[in-house]
Design a protein. Sequence first.
Length: 232
Amino acid sequence: MEKTDPPQCVIDPNPDIIGVGVRVSLYVLSLAGPVLSNIIGSAEFTKAIDSSLGLNGLALFLTAVISTANGTIALFHAICIFHMLALAGITINPKGRYPIGQIRFWAFTAFYLVAMAGSLSYFIYVFATAPTFGNQPECNSHTLYVLFGYNISATNVVMRWIFVASFAILLVGFVFYLLIATGVACSSALDCPLIELVALLLGKVDGGADAQRAIELRREADVLDGRRITEV
């Protein structure tokens, strides 16, 4: 990918997104990380690299969203973030020598789901509005993809709608997978952790114990139903 800079259209620099330090740290972790992990052979070192990459990806994604909301990002920089996230991913995976509680587990799971759905939705928006996206829409047609030696405008109708369709399919598939997985988990178990988490959080916000009591009553009912089925 490259950008053309005719005299009347120069992309403003954005060191918060494509600064030397940002790119070097990302490239080193992405390319040298696996090599060093194989040489050192430490599971903790590998997890530390993965966590660092994920945090870099999260920071880039949040920067992109905030910059888009503020109108301080160009299409060129949004596409750069798209490619850098392909290397880094988005995650937050703190390590500790303590057991993972149910609420903590589902909180991080919810974070991953929101991050994945949010990133797909964001790039659908970027490519769907590519001709007018960002703070320098007059320069968008001069932003080029270089694919196998061929220059393709980032506002090319065919290319950008291929991206939009691909991201939309991934997003719809992800939503269906989430619904199916949640339904199977809740129907095959005596209790549903996701529903319990929501109830507990609502109970804490309201300052009452009704949510906890409701969960306990539902569990007792499920146990009784299980006993009845066994007796039959």
